[in-house]
Design a protein around this ligand. Structure first.
Ligand code: HEC
Ligand code: HEC
Ligand code: HEC
Ligand code: HEC
Ligand code: HEC
Length: 320
């Protein structure tokens, strides 16, 4: 046999068990994971109307290079698929840097999974040191620009108190409790997720009301991630709104699009810390922590349907 044929056969043999050779069929055998993933926001990463509209604005304001950066996380082209897919994580073998979506994928290698053992599987399998790490998540979840696009839940997690425990909780421990649904603040149940991670405490001292919000999450800030797209606030009856989610500004005035911002005003609370406000208010003043998934001002700015914002939900309320 010619050397060329040997090489060609070798390539086919080595690829028949590869993740790339099975990319189209994952859902056939793993329907629970596929169903959960399809229900998660991650599967909408390249098609959500908000993403499509913001991407067009990014290209117009900051140019093509910045738009390509957006796509490296939202529409990574691994093999022939567009948008986030099974291979985005299960073919990931490392990164160039731990931010801005700088992942390295190997489609001609085995599926990288949690145990490395898959009896009866048609694909080769290897315990994925990188694919099982929080650094995998962090490579897409730390965003450094352009303009107001700044997110660093991974950097916050690296410095968080959870690192001091003998078994630090990783991203998947908290965000994959319902498997491949990747529950976050744009998922059903966001209010419960928030309520599980925070406490609201009121104390009265005569005419003064002392309001304290605790972040009980040992893993990162409250709120974290793309919090400039969301609304989380403490509303004390008769007082100005207190923002926990990030606000965007340009030349000192509020703007809603990250594309137009030159500053982020942070309101988030560090892990296992609290923040206190003292106000003069009558007895039985109502205090609520209020959440909305998307900032309505951004939707209006982009000409998108106001319903995309989701309802305003009261996460926690107390009177005192
Ligand atoms: C290839 C890039 C990439 C990787 C790797 C990645 N993510 Fe994400 N993730 C995204 C993008 C993009 C979104 C935004 C999707 C959207 O809302 O359209 C997102 C959204 C999320 C959300 C918010 C979901 C919601 O409903 O609000 C959570 C939670 C999340 N990811 C957790 C994780 C965890 C845990 C890991 C690691 C196991 C991980 N991600 C790995 C790109 C990535
Ligand atoms: C954002 C990253 C990410 C994406 C996308 C992803 N997975 Fe996973 N997957 C993981 C992680 C992390 C684990 C390990 C889970 C754990 O330790 O709890 C895992 C575990 C698994 C397992 C082992 C059993 C289980 O459920 O824990 C299977 C099977 C699996 N994934 C299949 C898939 C399929 C099929 C797809 C596409 C529909 C997919 N995964 C998409 C990150 C991902
Ligand atoms: C490093 C990876 C990365 C880059 C680069 C990135 N994003 Fe994201 N983006 C994410 C992640 C992760 C989330 C989810 C964060 C969360 O839920 O808190 C997200 C969420 C979003 C959302 C809300 C969810 C949705 O799909 O509607 C929009 C819109 C968005 N990004 C637009 C952009 C645009 C436009 C750019 C380019 C300027 C960009 N992103 C650059 C990772 C990235
Ligand atoms: C013909 C059926 C079949 C197809 C197609 C298939 N798998 Fe599997 N896979 C299995 C079986 C069987 C196992 C072992 C039992 C289990 O974990 O469900 C397995 C196990 C896994 C695991 C767990 C490995 C570990 O380390 O614990 C992951 C992750 C996985 N598959 C991902 C994928 C991905 C991604 C695809 C698509 C590229 C895919 N599988 C395609 C049958 C299949
Ligand atoms: C101890 C549990 C825990 C750990 C560990 C953890 N998270 Fe979270 N995460 C939460 C909770 C609770 C929320 C909702 C409240 C908030 O935003 O802080 C959240 C919110 C988020 C959000 C915002 C979701 C949205 O839709 O806007 C992102 C993004 C996120 N986490 C990513 C990560 C990443 C990446 C890691 C690992 C580096 C991680 N988380 C580790 C519990 C955790």
């Amino acid at each position: 046999m010619s050397l060329l044929l040997w090489l060609a056969l070798g390539l086919v043999a080595c690829q028949s068990g590869s993740i790339g050779a099975h990319q189209a069929d994952c859902a056939q055998c793993h329907n629970q994971q596929a169903e959960d993933f399809a229900a998660s926001q991650l599967s909408q990463s390249a098609t959500s109307p908000l993403f499509v509209a913001l991407l067009a604005e990014t290209e117009a304001v900051h140019g093509e290079t910045s738009a390509a950066l957006c796509e490296s996380c939202h529409a990574p082209t691994v093999g022939h698929e567009e948008g986030l897919s099974c291979a985005s994580c299960h073919a990931a073998v490392g990164n160039r840097v731990a931010e801005n979506g700088e992942l390295v994928h190997n489609l001609s290698g085995p599926v990288r999974g949690p145990t490395g053992s898959a009896p009866g599987a048609p694909h080769d399998t290897l315990a994925g040191v990188f694919a099982n790490s929080s650094e995998l998540c962090g490579t897409c979840h730390d965003v450094a620009g352009p303009a107001g696009f700044e997110e660093s839940p991974y950097a916050h997690w690296l410095e968080a108190p959870t690192q001091q425990s003998p078994a630090p909780q990783g991203c998947a421990d908290c965000h994959m409790q319902q498997g491949h649904r990747f529950e976050g603040l744009w998922s059903t149940g966001a209010d419960q997720l928030l309520a599980s991670a925070m406490r609201l405490e009121l104390a009265r001292e005569g005419g003064e009301l002392v309001v304290t919000v605790h972040n009980d999450n040992p893993g990162h800030r409250l709120p974290d991630g793309a919090s400039y797209l969301r609304r989380l606030s403490v509303n004390i009856d008769g007082q100005a709104t207190i923002w926990l989610s990030t606000r965007l500004q340009r030349e000192g005035s509020q703007v809603y699009s990250p594309n137009l911002a030159d500053a982020q005003i942070q309101g988030s609370i560090p892990p296992l810390e609290s923040r206190t406000w003292t106000v003069t208010s009558p007895e039985q003043t109502r205090v609520c922590v209020v959440f909305q998934a998307i900032e309505p001002g951004l939707l209006q700015h982009l000409g998108l349907a106001p319903e995309l914002a989701g309802p305003e939900v009261e996460v926690l309320c107390e009177s005192g």
